[in-house]
Design a protein around this ligand. Structure first.
Ligand SMILES: [Zn+2]
Ligand SMILES: [Zn+2]
Ligand SMILES: [Zn+2]
Length: 723
């Protein structure tokens, strides 16, 4: 059991408030409130379900808003349930949610495997070498996962949706046995399959079973509380790296499925259960990212290379763009300045690829993204500035930036006349030239240049004798160029000349507009400074500013004079407090001042309890409200805090106990072997922190093997089998 006893959600810890009433009793109560009357609410398309006892649609406007936003224009059906009570928090397309009984496809697999475990027909630790090919009668049911290096386990069968593992084991069911189990979990339309072929197809959600989105959501609520740990681990693995990985948010475990032209995702957090079904050809590509958006609203849709369009939270986007645009930065403050700049661009230019069905591409056309290569340092820069945007007179700024200004930034008006903004002036940048100016040169043959110009439709003399920059912007960048030869002179704009050369000889050969041209025999030599358009923030200068000790506020004020760093709709005014070994961020420095000391001593105590050292300086962020914590972290409000890399995020007024719990994770995670199991890490932290809820198997093991031995399993990995 994962959530009922204790959280195994990454390192998100469910320590604040569990269900006060035992889950089983709650569920029984929810079941008594089955709807008897159904009516269609007109204003919010929400469902009014009444029973003898009253409405079971909770008033949850936040959930309704994020559900409506994520489902807009998708012609799909979705439902969000309170995981503990089974109450409907929000629903899209209520008639279908209640009545559309369709093949559940692979979303049935965790239920099938639960039935097999329950009946003693399989055991944790069973494996199968998957041949991938599979025919059941006339059906081609080959696995869609790639060839796997290892044999398939129960967990990886769920994570990768292995048809062979499920179907072969399901062949052991007696006729009618699986159908009966499924009906008991609330799938009323599961039939009693009798032949092996039928049973196998039922086990894969193809035949002999139909379910409405609401029924499946309820079945998953039950599963989340009562299924064995291995099933829950499989569902966590599915969202972390398996077929549901486009729904990769902290705390969400779930499964995708595809059947009859419909794409499914069903999953749960400690707080809610979500079921999404859309017209589509892949649960993983189509439904999973929509579920992610429902749970973590406010992010952006991106397309990176040939990957399917996917949804990123704002801070995931910022971190991925830092990895794409700033991976050679030396200064952390400059990285923070870029985090604010990138986030501001994302907010201002969102929907740039609207017509293609997403917000941003992953190249420098928008902002370069390297999703798989984000470092802790980049994640920390995003986190340290979370929610912060650049504003000018109540509007989000157009925060252009470029690689190297060559010693003077360019006014936007000289590059894009309709993008003139007072906060984008041209000015000298002595930081940029502190270690010398970036110089480049490009030789272009005389006839090569003429051909390039002609190919772009520019009129050039038949032979070019001279090329001269005849007009410059105040910063010194070329504006107009004269080409002379054969007794005639032609003028072309410097930007169209750069475009023509780029098209013929390769983009970015003329690296900036900061150039002059001289002739050398049969060649023209373009010689210039800097790289990029030079408008707004200069990445090279910003990094130098950081290296010389300027903070990110000073860097942004230098490059975007007159703007203010403000907060997004749900942002806050963060202040930094320094402890001895910790950094603390809060919106209420008065209230939280004392917490730097709490954090410092918790870190010390965590090191003492584990006998391990922290190499990092933790950044502890205290959110002003529970809902702010939930919105910003994507964690359930029932999670007291979480810890990722250097950053520890906490709800307001954390107890010393919570602080110790998170610091134990912080120290342990730095020292943990890659294969140290989550349940052990979480369980041992709960034990060491003296939490109320320590999983019995962990306290049992501590008594049996001793604390030191168990800590060694974490640092060296691979605990003995059977654990
Ligand atoms: Zn397989
Ligand atoms: Zn783009
Ligand atoms: Zn510069």
């Amino acid at each position: 059991m994962r959530f009922a006893a204790y959280a195994l959600v990454g390192v998100a810890c469910w320590t604040v408030s569990g269900p006060a009433i035992p889950a089983v009793a709650m569920l029984a109560r929810a079941e008594q409130m089955r709807p008897s009357v159904l009516s269609h609410g007109r204003s919010d398309r929400s469902l009014e379900l009444t029973t003898g006892g009253g409405a079971i649609l909770d008033d949850a406007p936040e959930w309704r808003a994020s559900l409506a936003q994520a489902m807009r224009g998708r012609h799909g059906t979705a439902v969000v349930l309170d995981r503990d009570t089974g109450r409907i928090l929000a629903v899209e397309n209520p008639q279908a949610a209640m009545r559309m009984a369709v093949a559940p496809g692979s979303t049935i697999k965790p239920l099938t495997l639960w039935a097999l475990l329950n009946a003693g027909l399989i055991h944790d630790g069973d494996t199968l070498a998957c041949p991938r090919e599979l025919r059941i009668g006339s059906h081609d049911m080959a696995c869609s996962h790639p060839a796997l290096a290892q044999t398939v386990t129960l967990q990886s069968a769920i994570a990768y949706s292995c048809n062979n593992f499920v179907a072969r084991n399901a062949a052991r069911f007696k006729p009618g046995q699986l159908g009966e189990f499924l009906r008991k979990q609330g799938l009323a339309q599961a039939r009693g399959a009798s032949t092996v072929e039928q049973i196998e197809l039922q086990a894969l959600g193809e035949e002999a079973v139909r379910a409405t989105p609401l029924e499946l959501a309820r079945a998953y609520a039950r599963l989340s509380k009562h299924a064995p740990k291995s099933i829950i681990e499989g569902l966590q693995a599915a969202t972390q790296y398996g077929t549901a990985r486009l729904a990769n948010i902290e705390g969400l475990a779930g499964k995708t499925g595809t059947a009859d032209g419909r794409a499914w995702f069903v999953g749960f957090t400690p707080e809610v259960v979500v079921a999404v079904v859309l017209p589509g050809s892949s649960g993983g590509a189509d439904a999973a990212p929509v579920a992610k958006q429902i749970l973590a609203p406010g992010g952006v849709w991106v397309r990176v290379g040939a990957d399917p369009v996917q949804y990123l939270t704002t801070e995931e986007y910022v971190a991925a763009a830092l990895a794409g645009e700033c991976n050679d930065f030396r200064s952390d403050e400059a990285l923070k300045a870029m985090a604010v700049t990138i986030r501001t661009c994302a907010a201002r230019f969102r929907g740039r690829h609207h017509k293609e069905g997403f917000d941003f591409c992953g190249t420098t056309h928008c902002q370069a993204l390297r999703l798989g290569a984000v470092t802790d340092r980049e994640r920390a820069a995003a986190e340290a500035t979370a929610g912060e945007l650049l504003w000018h007179e109540g509007k989000i700024a157009a925060a252009y930036y470029s690689q190297n200004c060559g010693g003077a930034t360019e006014a936007a008006v000289n590059v894009w006349p309709d993008a003139a903004e007072p906060y984008l002036p041209g000015h000298e940048d002595s930081y940029c030239t502190r270690n010398g100016r970036l110089k480049w040169s490009l030789p272009v043959g005389r006839s090569e240049l003429r051909d390039a110009l002609r190919r772009s439709g520019l009129r050039a003399p038949p032979t070019i004798d001279r090329v001269e920059v005849t007009r410059q912007s105040p910063s010194g960048r070329a504006v107009m160029v004269m080409l002379s030869g054969h007794g005639e002179s032609r003028f072309v704009t410097a930007s169209s000349l750069r475009f023509a050369v780029g098209r013929s000889l390769g983009w970015n050969r003329i690296r900036s507009m900061f150039f002059n041209v001289r002739r050398d025999g049969e060649q023209f030599i373009f010689e210039g400074y800097g790289a990029g358009h030079g408008v707004g923030l200069c990445q090279n200068g910003a990094d130098e500013m950081g290296v010389t000790g300027k903070n990110y506020h000073e860097i942004l004020a230098f490059y975007y004079p007159g703007t203010a760093i403000g907060q997004s709709a749900r942002g806050f005014n963060w202040r930094h407090l320094e402890g001895e070994r910790v950094e603390l961020m809060t919106t209420e420095p008065q209230r939280d001042q004392h917490l730097t000391q709490t954090a410092d001593s918790a870190l010390l105590q965590a090191e003492r309890l584990t006998g391990m050292q922290s190499r990092l300086r933790p950044l502890v962020r205290i959110y002003p409200t529970v809902s702010a914590f939930r919105d910003s972290t994507g964690e359930s409000g029932a999670v007291a805090g979480d810890e990722r890399g250097r950053v520890i995020r906490l709800q307001p007024n954390p107890s010393a106990q919570t602080m110790l719990h998170e610091m134990l994770h912080f120290v342990l995670e730095q020292n943990a072997a890659a294969n140290a199991p989550r349940w052990l890490r979480e369980g041992l932290v709960a034990y060491l922190a003296g939490d109320e809820r320590v999983p019995p198997e962990v306290s049992g093991d501590v008594r049996k093997y001793g604390r030191t031995a168990m800590l060694a399993w974490i640092t060296r990995g691979a605990p003995p089998s059977g654990l």
